[in-house]
Design a protein around this ligand. Structure first.
Ligand SMILES: [Zn+2]
Length: 403
């Protein structure tokens, strides 16, 4: 008998069956991984989203408390953003704060003005961007990028360089410009799939291509245009990238990038990585960003959506009552979410027995069967759902002992 009080926590998660015969989670060849949250930069690029200065500070504080390794913010959008960047840097958080700027000395000056220690410089590298967005040659792209790196380094900054639209750049040119940027002193290089056009093996190959020519630590930044952002980020990690870019709820330009919750839970469970993050804050972070961004979180959002821990079919409810691990990848409390049982025509006798117990009725299985039949006869679909307190749920789950 498993009740809610004895449910496993994330530290015991390996006891759950996570298809580990196939996932090879003890593959020690994969190194450590860092999490960079870009909710304050990429997230604010989501349509309709604009945080207030106070909200930005609170988000930064919460992300730092949650345990991300780096937080990215753009100081060059407006004076308000610059002030936010300044204040977040001044707050003395544990996470590295990266000021996100173009490859221009005047932008880097803004970062310096904010007292930034880290700067994230970006420049396009694909021919389509060079020709049609910037109208410059490949040689000009190299010289602008290298000049920006040298300028930042000469001012004592640590820097990450993003080679924008890397996934569509000519691989031979990508290798050349990454080598130049690396030789100029970049501390990290970020490889974005700016349009979300790669499949996981494509992201793996992109990282590997650059990994083979430079030793500079690599980031991956995967857009979600085909819903592959999380898969591609993890594939990039498998190819040797050591930092993954995420945003809370996956917010970002167009349909966004890899969501924080999915990436950190995947790393913890199916990659067996020991991250220093507080997973039980994930739902709270998601709710906060839903409120501040005005972008509603879909019910079906993995882990933090309201449907993530709803159980409906009678056979599922029966199994959940015996052992929640039967249909839950990780316990709801581990990510700050709640379990909900739906009652209606799909409840079955075990769902009905659970309901009777919750209502304090010490009923027999015959009565539970009758109730289940009654729920079916109504032909009303889902009637209602319950999210119980831990005590009451534990008490109700004891019904299983009786049948
Ligand atoms: Zn992006």
């Amino acid at each position: 008998m498993v009740n809610s009080k004895s449910e496993p926590k994330m530290t015991e998660i390996e006891s759950r069956s996570l298809a580990n015969n196939y996932n090879d989670i003890h593959d020690d060849s994969l190194g450590d991984v860092l999490i960079l949250d870009s909710t304050l930069r990429e997230g604010e690029q989501a349509p309709g989203v604009s945080f207030t200065m106070r909200q930005r500070l609170q988000i930064a504080w919460m992300l730092d408390y949650f345990g991300v390794d780096a937080i990215e913010i753009s100081p060059i959008i407006s004076p308000d953003h610059k002030e936010s960047c300044k204040r977040i840097i001044k707050a003395g958080l544990s996470a590295n704060i990266l000021a996100h700027v173009r490859a221009l000395p005047e932008d880097i000056d803004v970062a310096l003005d904010c007292d930034a220690k880290w700067v994230a410089i970006y420049h396009s590298v694909s021919d389509i961007h060079l020709k049609h967005k910037l109208r410059i040659s490949r040689e000009e792209a190299i010289s602008r990028s290298v000049n920006a790196v040298e300028y930042a380094k000469s001012h004592g900054l640590r820097l990450r360089f993003t080679v924008e639209d890397a996934s569509r750049a000519d691989p031979s040119f990508l290798k050349i410009i990454c080598k130049e940027i690396s030789d100029a002193g970049a501390d990290r290089i970020s490889l974005p799939d700016t349009l979300g056009i790669l499949r996981p093996i494509g992201m793996y190959n992109l990282v590997k291509t650059v990994r083979d020519v430079i030793d500079t630590p690599l980031d991956v930044h995967c857009h979600n245009d085909l819903g592959l952002a999380t898969a591609n980020s993890l594939a990039g990690f498998e190819a040797g990238a050591s930092q993954i870019h995420v945003t809370i709820n996956g917010l970002g330009e167009r349909v966004g990038i890899a969501p924080l919750a999915e990436v950190v839970v995947a790393l913890t469970t199916i990659y067996n990585k020991k991250l220093k993050v507080k997973l039980d804050m994930l739902k709270e972070l998601s709710d906060l960003i839903e409120m501040y961004s005005g972008v509603r979180t879909p019910e079906s959002k993995p882990l933090v959506g309201v449907n993530a821990y709803k159980h409906k079919a009678g056979t599922h409810v029966a199994a959940i009552i015996r052992n929640p691990a039967a249909y839950e990848l990780v316990p709801p409390r581990a990510v700050g979410n709640r379990r909900r049982i739906i009652f209606g025509e799909l409840s079955g006798k075990h769902g009905a027995a659970f309901l009777l117990r919750v209502l304090g009725l010490n009923s027999s299985m015959e009565e539970a069967v009758k109730l289940a039949q009654g729920l079916k006869r109504l032909r009303c679909g889902d009637l209602f759902e319950l999210s119980l307190s831990e005590e009451l749920e534990g008490e109700a789950l004891k019904v299983e002992d009786k049948f």
